[in-house]
Design a protein around this ligand. Sequence first.
Ligand code: PBG
Length: 324
Amino acid sequence: MQLQRRNRILRANPAIRSMVAETILTPADFIAPLFIDEGENVLFEIPSMPGYYRRSLDGTVKEVQELWNMGIKSVLLFVKAPDELKDNTGKEAWNPEGLMQRSIRAIKNAVPGIMVMTDVALDPYSSYGHDGIVENGEIVNDPTVEALVKMSLSHATAGADFVAPSDMMDGRIGAIREAFEEHNFTRTGIMAYSAKYASCFYGPFRDALDSAPGFGDKKTYQMDYANRIEAVKEALMDVEEGADIVMVKPGLPYLDIVREVKNAVDVPVSVYNISGEYAMIKAAAKMGWIDENKAILETLTSFKRAGADLIATYFAKDACKLLS
Ligand code: PBG
């Protein structure tokens, strides 16, 4: 055979492969989600997320120190509110002494350099387990946006670097940005969950925070997984309203959306490698059906290849170890 081009030359050995690799993961790509609970010395393994824990604040602070020392630059905080603090207004969400607000302060105090991002949505505080206020069986948009603004301001006051609205209400990014300007929070960023789909893969997360919806589903606010163009519309609107970073969520079944959004916007794009995606890899690895470490790196690389600048992932720590 006489060939003009032999593509295998660039795949012949590890040296040449690493020289021509188009996508390289680094710890700075990762955002580590953390689940925080009240109490002391609490270390609760989430049953549907083996190897992942909900911790009290003491253990969380130590964990953040460890993540920072490994090169991770950002954490995304979620808290579990006790049932007695849940109601339909979600008002615990902006309690200045709430668990989220205390956590932000403690983490920034212990590890000032790390970017603290906070989940903004009412579901952990809602007696209905929905991301917004419920009236006559409906999740009402505009009153919910008012609540999200109060919640965001309280996170900014506590020292959050970025708020991350994950609720999918209309107009919330603009309203939060306007409130930040009014209150002189000119250094607080917004990472918008712009294209968040109504997904069955959130199941393990809702176990982690005991935040499953009490009735119905989230399809009147989260996106229909049949849609692609709509994701671009959502992302462009959020950028116009003042989002600093836009997110696509879930990750693996939505790599096409990551690329589509990346090509459309001029801000960094993040992707959320969510709880169900974590659980699937863990389960298959436990059965001996896939190699866990290889699956982690292949999965995370696929996000970056698809166009993600940042990856929120429960594998952040594992990946850092594998990369070092
Ligand atoms: C809540 C929220 C959810 C996730 C992040 N923020 C769940 C939901 O919308 O029901 C999911 C994260 C994951 O599954 O890992 N607004």
